[in-house]
Design a binder for this molecule. Sequence first.
Ligand code: I3P
Length: 126
Amino acid sequence: KDVIPPVEHPMVEKEGYLQKAKIADGGKKLRKNWSTSWIVLSGQKIEFYKDSKQQALPNTKARHKAESVDLCGAQIEWAKEKSSRKSVFQITTASGNEFLLQSDIDFIILDWFHAIKNAIDRLPKN
Ligand code: I3P
């Protein structure tokens, strides 16, 4: 029997649920609206899905529904002043999209911060 390689989700480095709020799109401020998001970090991008089941959909359909964030030239920083919640960090993309990510569980948010920071630091700054 042929072995089918896992081509659908190459290079996934980290995935899991976090609280997410997109607060700007292309530099334009958005109304903050927190929701739970299934987050997939791979190579030079992060994808935001509604839940883990959505990620498992056939590739094109899932791609269509996910929001994909290019980490090339992005910035990440803790953003204490941007929320009343604890442990919030912000990702700002080169295109001017801003996302807040948050978890009440310290080690989870710390792991994510460092994983995303490492990914950004590996990439060319443009
Ligand atoms: C926002 C909502 C957010 C809150 C935000 C409020 O109200 O309560 O949860 O952010 O605070 O404006 P609404 O739903 O009416 O838009 P945090 O939970 O992060 O504090 P903010 O305006 O101080 O960002």
